[in-house]
Design a protein around this ligand. Sequence first.
Ligand SMILES: Cc1ncc(COP(=O)(O)O)c(C=O)c1O
Length: 382
Amino acid sequence: MAESDFSAGFYSDDALAIVGGDGATVVDSEGKKYIDCVGGHGVANLGHGNKKIAAAVSAAWENFAFATARHPHPIREKFLAKLAEKMPFENPRFFLSNSGTESVEAAIKIARLATGRTKILAAKRAFHGRTLGALSATWRPEFREPFEPLVPDFDFFAFNKVDSLAEKIDDQTAAVILETVQGEGGIFVAEKEFLAGVRELCDQHGALLILDEVQSGICRTGKFCAFENFGGRPDIICMAKSLAGGYPLGATAFRGDLLADKNARGAHASTFGGSVPACAAGLAALEFCDEENLAEQAKEKGEFLKAEIEKIGSPKISEIRGIGLMLAIDFKVPAGEIVKKLEEEGVLVLPTGPKTIRLLPPIVITKEEMGEVVEKTNSVLK
Ligand SMILES: Cc1ncc(COP(=O)(O)O)c(C=O)c1O
């Protein structure tokens, strides 16, 4: 019996069996190595087999008592204090969970609780997760329709179009939720003026701005969070994926004053959220980001990789876009064939739509590895 004989059947069962990794390289069950530009969909920013994360988790586990985040712990306190330094608001508060979708669920609940309103506006092409609340803010009909009716009072506006939001937002709006770089939607970067316009509309109507940094955060775009590139001013921030170097951890950060006059006791909780090993991994991950200057690395390497792909100059490429190491290539030919050929050549990339691939390599990828990615892309396009 194979694993696929037991699984729910939600994933395609023709994917590679990946059994190990180191830095930006992964190894399949046959021992073949690949340069990984999938990066666990944005989980592997700090590299596969990261020794600092492994040491932090195992040290925390040695002495681990199963207690929920209701019980304070010095490792969690240190982690939160360090994460707070990276947040754009004073006196940030955090709810810790285990995944991106949970960080979004918490954001929606916090926004509803803080404003006493229910309406949430999300962008077309957005992806915020698969649980019913986050799914209600996710755009793709094939993800949503089998599960309708979803949570009421969600609606959509066009990304990068302030006028479209202006038509939808009103004094019943609790929050606008947005990825500043849309990831699953195909790597679309928010314009500075759009973000400023969104902020202004939120302020005019007393709505909160939730920025979902689950995929674009943790140094991937050249800043700790992507919104910092565009002067974004969120009230609530969702983080997960690489936040603990790949160990499951989600965080919803919010302005300290949002719930200050509310009785929020018991409003939300999670058994595993903010576990001590997860916070130990999170603390090690934040230290690694600072020690390795990971944000700057993503900026420089992203510029290099983008410029090298542009140099290929293939007529089969129609557009290269993105920021930092969050890039997409649009082709004039089906992406599936290119993904398959690159895999044969030892490079893993992520299809995102019929003619688009996404590159989200670990930020620790070397220049030589990026050179190889470009060379092999060039050769499969010939
Ligand atoms: C922007 C964004 N938000 C939320 C999620 C959901 O995260 P998770 O799969 O950890 O629930 C994702 C996952 O890809 C994402 O890209």
